[in-house]
Design a protein around this ligand. Structure first.
Ligand code: ZN
Length: 320
């Protein structure tokens, strides 16, 4: 997985680069303003016309020169109403984007002195920006597979697909070889569920590689070319027929969750999958993934999402 230890120079963005670009809260605010108002804050809602605006001293807002109506670049973003400094938000995004395996709320707490609750919420909100619900995969080699996340098997518990009522969470993943990945939690791995995920996420005429699980039986009926690897006969690769790419992705996420987060609350697993997929899908961008995260953070969000995140109680990153 870790073939490339050093990032090519043009894709590097070091902590020094970060400190240079964002030395202060004001520099971060200025960046946010430029993203949201590329040609400056020029229109006053209250005067209903173009007006000059000025920065209000000591506050992260701009005001109309004539009526003093205030505009905050943070309004409607994950930063609104947050008492955490903008620079810490930016730094947390930088860390999340530049570590291959993610970073825990605990580590941010240790490094910056914010409370665990603050760090956890901040990460939860950043992760909420990273989902890609509309992404559809396609091509000559698309692999689809399910995996189960949760506590270690108890002694004597069977390997493989857990029985109903297990505390493990089913996750379905689809990946284009040498391409992009999508991964989502799923209630189960029945044919009905798997087929609805496949038709929603894989474009017609693609070739889909899976294992022998009966849940994939109808892929051909749905218009895909379907190739299967007989895992039960202990065959894992037969020419180009394998599911090693998606299995590699599972390994990456699982070792990350074990190593960095120890484990993840069942309700929040999807956001961690989103985080890993987001980085995986931009793995050729080196540390510049930070720009993509930052760009999303600077866009206004759906209001309910902001409110929801603010209300949430941290789930300890411990086994579920
Ligand atoms: Zn005005």
């Amino acid at each position: 997985m870790n073939r490339r230890q050093t990032i090519p120079k043009h894709l590097r963005y070091t902590v020094e680069d970060f400190n240079r670009q964002f030395p202060s809260d004001d520099a971060c605010l200025e960046h946010l303003k430029e993203q949201r108002f590329p040609s400056g804050i020029a229109y006053c809602e209250k005067c209903r016309k173009q007006q000059k605006h000025h920065r209000v001293h000591g506050r992260p807002v701009w005001a109309c020169d004539v009526c003093l109506n205030q505009i905050s670049p943070m309004a409607g973003t994950i930063f609104e109403h947050s008492s955490t400094s903008l620079r810490l938000w930016f730094y947390s995004m930088y860390l999340m984007a530049s570590t291959r395996c993610g970073i825990s709320a605990k580590q941010i707490q240790r490094e910056t002195g914010v409370t665990y609750k603050t760090a956890w919420r901040m990460f939860r909100q950043i992760r909420s920006l990273l989902s890609e619900p509309d992404m559809q995969l396609e091509g000559e080699a698309v692999e689809m597979d399910e995996s189960y996340f949760g506590p270690k098997r108890k002694r004597g518990e069977k390997k493989g697909r857990p029985s109903a009522g297990s505390s493990k969470q089913c996750v379905v993943g689809i990946v284009e070889r040498k391409g992009r990945v999508v991964a989502m939690t799923s209630e189960n791995a029945t044919k009905q569920k798997l087929m609805s995920i496949a038709t929603e996420r894989i474009l017609p005429k693609s070739t889909v590689f899976t294992d022998e699980w009966a849940g994939y039986n109808d892929l051909e009926k749905a218009g895909y070319t379907h190739k299967r690897i007989p895992h039960q006969e202990k065959v894992y690769v037969a020419g180009d027929i394998h599911t090693q790419t998606i299995e590699g992705f599972w390994a990456l996420v699982k070792s990350g969750i074990r190593g960095v987060y120890h484990s993840v609350g069942k309700n929040y697993l999807q956001t961690y999958l989103d985080e890993y997929s987001f980085r995986y899908n931009r793995r050729d961008k080196g540390n510049l993934i930070f720009n993509d995260v930052l760009k999303r953070a600077c866009e206004p969000l759906d209001a309910p999402l902001v409110a929801e995140c603010r209300e949430m109680t941290p789930s300890p990153e411990v086994p579920f």
